[in-house]
Write a protein that binds this ligand. Structure first.
Ligand code: UDP
Length: 243
C-alpha cells in the first residue's frame, strides 16, 4: 500500500491525553510534550488545526448522571474544553508556535469567536488554530466537532491522538495477542461498533470522505512520523485496500 500523504490535518486530542499520568486536570509536562509534536509537524510543513476535548475536567453525561440537567452539564463540558484550549495555546506559544484559539461559544476576552473564513486565513498564514467549546451545542461531543471542523477547514484527514497506536480487534492493554488493523472502512467501524470515535463523527467523516488516522500521541515523534506515512497507526477511510 502507498501511504497517503496529508498536507492539512485536524488533530483531535481528548482531554484525557492532557492529564498525563494524573486522574484529573491538566498536566503541564504532557501539554509540552504534545506541543512539541505539533511544533515539529508544523516545522515539517504540515498545516495543523486542533480540537481539544474536556473529559479531563468535566463531561456532560457524567454531570447528568450526578443530577445536573443534561444541557447545562454539556455547557459546563464545553467550557472545560476552553481551559484545555488555552493551556495548549499557552504551551505552543512558549515554544514559538503562532496560534489562535477560536471558541464556538463567544468569549471576547479570552478568544476569538469561531469564524470559518478567519480560521482559514490563520491557517494560510501558518498559524495553528485551536477550536474550543466544541460545536457550541449541547448533546454533541468534541469528536463530532473534530469531524465538522475538519470538513469546514478542508482538511485532508482527521488525526485522532490516543494512548494506543491504532484500532485493535480487542483491547491491547488486556488481550496480549490483540492485533492492530492497518486499515478499516467507515462502515466496518460503525457496524462492528469499533471504538474509534463516536458514531456521529465517523458518519460525518465517511460522508465527507475524510480519513480518520488513529495513532499514539504519547510516543515521541509519532505525529510527524505518521504524517510522513512512516509511523504506526490505523487509517479509517472509504474503500480501503484491505478489511
Ligand atoms: N460538549 C458538548 N457539545 C460539543 C462538544 C462537547 O456539549 O459540541 C460537551 C459534552 O458535555 C462533553 C464535554 O463537552 O462531554 C467534553 O467533551 P468530550 O467529552 O467530547 O471530551 P473528550 O472526551 O474528548 O475529552
Amino acid at each position: 500500500m502507498t501511504a497517503p500523504r496529508f498536507k492539512r490535518i485536524l488533530l483531535k486530542l481528548s482531554g484525557e491525553v492532557l492529564m498525563g499520568q494524573g486522574q484529573f486536570g491538566i498536566d503541564p509536562a504532557t501539554c509540552e510534550r504534545v506541543a512539541r509534536e505539533v511544533k515539529a509537524a508544523t516545522e515539517a510543513g504540515f498545516e495543523i488545526c486542533m480540537v481539544v476535548g474536556g473529559g479531563n475536567i468535566f463531561r456532560g453525561l457524567a454531570g447528568a448522571a450526578q443530577g445536573f440537567e443534561r444541557a447545562s452539564a454539556d455547557y459546563m463540558g464545553m467550557l472545560a474544553t476552553v481551559m484545555n484550549a488555552l493551556a495548549m495555546q499557552n504551551t505552543l506559544e512558549r515554544l514559538g508556535v503562532d496560534t489562535r484559539v477560536q471558541s464556538a461559544i463567544p468569549m471576547a476576552s479570552v478568544s476569538e469567536p469561531y469564524i470559518r473564513r478567519k480560521a482559514m486565513r490563520h491557517m494560510e498564514k501558518g498559524r495553528v488554530v485551536i477550536f474550543a467549546a466544541g460545536t457550541g451545542l449541547p448533546f454533541f461531543t468534541t469528536d463530532t466537532t473534530a469531524a465538522l471542523r475538519a470538513a469546514e477547514m478542508n482538511c485532508d484527514a482527521l488525526f485522532k491522538g490516543t494512548s494506543v497506536d491504532g484500532v485493535y480487534n480487542a483491547d491491547p492493554k488486556k488481550v496480549p495477542d490483540a492485533t492492530r488493523y492497518e486499515e478499516l472502512s467507515f462502515d466496518r467501524v460503525l457496524v462492528d461498533n469499533l471504538k474509534v470515535m463516536d458514531a456521529t463523527a465517523v458518519a460525518l467523516c465517511r460522508d465527507n470522505n475524510i480519513p480518520i488516522v488513529v495513532f499514539n500521541i504519547r510516543d515521541e515523534g509519532t505525529l510527524e512520523a505518521v504524517l510522513r506515512g512512516e509511523g504506526t497507526s490505523t487509517i479509517v477511510r472509504n474503500n480501503p485496500e484491505s478489511a
